[in-house]
Design a protein around this ligand. Structure first.
Ligand code: WQD
Length: 335
């Protein structure tokens, strides 16, 4: 009998890749997704990779009755909670939507887990909880600062709520850096709805001719080339980290009920460096121009990965070149 793992947001970018990795690790993934930031077509790609379509409940995690029915029916060994809105820039424009969906959804999920005595949760957090860090690279112990966006604030609040419930809930809190790329097959990948907020999908859509030109949001920051620096991580490396985390919980290996890990590569790349790396990896120019800064942007952040490597036993394996080749391969399959 396979352990069932519920994946909220399981048809999304990171969620769909994690569903594939969970299957490959011997779990039965159960998907909860209301398609608010994903497409049902992701299920076809998942099926091509794992040979079947996992059970999918098309419900909103804020719908407590429906969520309770799914959890009660499946009695999972654990839950991986991705379902949240995640665009930094958009959260500045729609703060209430972000607080309702991201914080409200987590609270509803936790209430149901408590009622059903499910006590293993992997939480999708973010490097945005560090705000504009004073120290680089950031450690898990780096003092978090006032988030630079409502999105980052929803993740900070989520961590506080989970810590305050450590008496009954075991949480693996994974602070993602910048997930990019796609499964090497090109069967699953990022499906931004509308105009992409994030750098890589906007970049690949520009190269594909869907967008006219990529705008670099500011080149007057205090960095090597004036553009913001991020820790870009292959979505498959990130997905694999979730299998490490759920195994740690199920095997009772966690040392604390609330454990936090930086899920990054430990390398920082500027926007211009990413553009140059894409052009080199794929041999195609990226039409781009410099534009004004974007509200909510952190200047630079990348991960210190000692803890995740030594405690969780996970390390990112894929290079920036691979990330950008896989991102372009996925885009060409979409076009
Ligand atoms: C990256 C850089 C932009 C678009 C993301 C996720 C968030 C969190 C952290 C997980 C910035 C620049 C972007 C464009 C640009 N991940 N940019 N032109 O804001 O770091 O946040 O990673 O939780 O969920 O959204 O990522 O890709 O939007 O921006 O110049 O058209 O690219 O200014 O410097 P961000 P991003």
């Amino acid at each position: 009998m396979k352990h069932k793992i519920i994946v909220t947001g399981g048809l999304g970018f990171i969620g769909s890749h994690t569903v594939v990795c969970l299957h490959e690790a011997g779990f039965e993934p159960i998907i909860i997704d209301n398609l608010s930031n994903s497409e049902a077509s992701a299920m076809d790609g998942i099926e091509q990779l794992i040979g079947y379509k996992p059970i999918w409940a098309n419900i909103d995690v804020n719908d407590k009755a429906a969520l309770g029915n799914v959890i009660k029916e499946h009695q999972p060994q654990g839950v991986i909670h991705f379902a949240a809105f995640k665009a930094v820039g958009e959260s500045v424009e729609k703060p209430l939507t972000y607080y309702r969906n991201n914080v409200g959804g987590l609270i509803t999920l936790m209430e149901v887990l408590k009622e059903e005595n499910i006590d293993n949760l992997v939480f999708s957090s973010s490097c945005t909880v560090y705000g504009e860090p004073d120290e680089i690279p950031v450690k898990e112990s780096t003092q978090t600062k006032m988030a630079e966006s409502p999105y980052g604030a929803t993740k900070q609040i989520g961590e506080i709520i989970l810590k305050d419930n450590a008496n009954w809930l075991n949480t693996q809190c994974l602070r993602y850096f910048n997930p990019i790329g796609a499964h090497e097959s090109g069967f699953i990948g990022e499906l931004p709805i509308g105009v992409p907020n994030n750098l890589i999908p906007y970049l690949t859509q520009t190269v594909a001719g869907i967008r006219k030109e990529l705008t670099v949001f500011g080149d007057d920051y205090n960095t090597t080339d004036g553009t913001c620096i991020r820790d870009y991580i292959h979505v498959m490396d990130l997905a694999e980290a979730h299998v490490f985390a759920i195994n740690r919980l199920i095997n009772g290996e966690q040392k604390e009920p609330f454990e936090v890990f930086n899920i990054g590569t430990g390398n920082g790349s500027s926007v211009l460096e990413v553009i140059q790396a894409f052009e080199k990896a794929n041999g195609i120019p990226v039409p781009h121009k410099i534009g004004p800064r974007r509200a909510g942007d952190v200047i630079q952040v990348w991960a210190e990965t000692t803890k995740v490597e030594h405690v969780l036993g996970w390390k990112a394996k894929r290079t920036l070149e691979t990330m950008l080749k896989d991102a372009w391969n996925w885009q060409t399959k979409l076009s």
